[in-house]
Design a protein around this ligand. Structure first.
Ligand code: NIG
Ligand code: FE
Length: 406
């Protein structure tokens, strides 16, 4: 067994309690065996009978569960810095999309890219995410939009799973937008999604979730219901990009379908909030996208007060959120969304695990859970997110293995 000692404070981030309850243990120790946590508690209460054969010194840092980025579009071809310039000069995201840019421009580049190119680019990003303390990453397809190209991206994730230390969770987002060749016959694209892509992807076990972008420029509520119901019938749990640019009742549909999460939600209605609370749907907030698109923030306080768990994620993608810096997203959850640092922490640990249906395995530091944990050079969580630095993460452990830092 191995022990981590000299921890200033360990935040277990166990599920119980409210969003603000991250369950700090001052002067803590953590014991694990192989890939699983055996014991967590106060250093002076470590049971004497554990056969410890390796000791690690946290040097007075704080220890957190490995961070979970529960919403990313990890693999894509090209970038869109030209659109960033256009938006800086006043162009609207939605107008760029209507003119054939936006998601469709990345679709062109992703179709052109080889599996190898996509994989190596994603691998580089994952290494940098890991250094920031991110141990689990949800990864969406959605820039292929043909059966072949969607499968290509999902296979990139499948292959990466076997050669990176991070846990990767795949989501099929073939319903990201209508591809150009189907603009005049959208029903045929929806048939292709339901009759070919979903069955094939589910059969090949290439995804666990089925996501959709419900928006004026993408899919309607009725189309979403059909696609997500089809996904469910094939064993893919629903997720929705909902109420991002306008109020379109995506949150209500997420509740109706028992979705794992509804994401974005800048324009969520009061009805959407109460429906999500009733059904226990996680709200995934994406403050980097809100910030890059200069949008009003998600009403996080209203959601939290209604009892909706609010996760925090990057939405890393080449358009609305070209950054994978999860601690920066957490800092912005505090400044833009008026969440406390502790609330943001619960949003990137156990609530993020719930958004990807992994909360029985990861997301908190408790006996029986996977030994995914990180050491942060800060005196407490408030100080970490307040004194924002490029990287305060000193060491990363995944599955009990020391995989980053000295
Ligand atoms: O989550 N909202 C839809 N999809 C992405 C943006 C994709 C893009 O701009 O390429 C998002 O923000
Ligand atoms: Fe997204």
């Amino acid at each position: 067994m191995k022990i981590l000692e000299n921890i200033a404070t360990l935040y277990t981030c166990a599920m119980d309690g409210e969003q603000k309850d991250v369950h700090p243990i001052p002067n803590a120790a953590l014991i694990w065996d192989n890939d699983s946590i055996v014991w967590v508690g106060k250093a002076d209460e470590v049971p004497a009978n554990y056969p410890i054969n390796q000791r690690f010194d946290a040097e007075g840092r704080i220890v957190l569960p490995g961070l979970i980025d529960c919403h990313t579009h990890l693999a894509f071809g090209g970038w869109r810095a030209d659109e960033f310039e256009l938006r800086s000069l006043g162009a609207a995201y939605i107008d760029i999309a209507k003119a054939g840019g936006g998601i469709l421009s990345t679709v062109k580049n992703t179709r052109k890219a080889t599996k190898y190119e996509l994989k190596e680019k994603a691998r580089g990003v994952l290494a940098q995410m890991t250094a920031l303390g991110v141990t689990t990453v949800e990864c969406k397809s959605g820039y292929g939009l043909t059966t072949e190209d969607e499968i290509k991206v999902l296979e990139v994730y499948k292959e990466l799973k076997t050669d990176v230390p991070n846990r990767l969770v795949s989501t099929f987002l073939g319903a990201h937008t209508i591809p150009p060749e189907f603009i005049e016959r959208r029903d045929e694209y929806i048939d292709l999604l339901c009759k070919e892509m979903i069955p094939k992807i589910s059969e090949a076990k290439l995804a666990e979730f089925c996501d959709i972008f419900v928006e004026i420029s993408a899919f309607t509520i009725e189309e979403a219901r059909r696609i997500l119901e089809t996904g469910k019938a094939h064993g893919l749990s629903p997720k929705i990009h909902a109420d991002q640019l306008s109020c379109s009742s995506g949150a209500e549909l997420a509740a109706e379908l028992g979705a794992a999460s509804a994401d974005h939600l800048e324009y969520i209605s009061d009805q959407g909030i109460s429906d999500m609370a009733k059904k226990g749907v996680v709200a995934v907030s994406l403050p980097l996208a809100t910030f890059y698109l200069c949008q009003p923030a998600i009403p996080a306080r209203k959601l939290i007060e209604a009892g909706v768990p609010v996760a925090v994620s990057t939405d890393f993608n080449p358009g609305s959120a070209p950054s994978f810096h999860l601690p920066m997203a957490m800092m912005m959850a505090c400044t833009l969304q008026k969440m406390s640092p502790a609330e943001a922490l619960k949003g990137t640990t156990i609530y993020a695990a719930k958004a990807i249906q992994r909360d029985s395995e990861i997301g908190s530091l408790e006996a029986g859970k996977k030994a995914d944990f990180i050491e942060i050079d800060a005196e407490n969580v408030n100080h970490w997110l307040y004194h924002f630095r490029s990287n305060a993460c000193e060491r990363v452990f995944i599955n009990g293995e020391h995989i980053h830092g000295n």
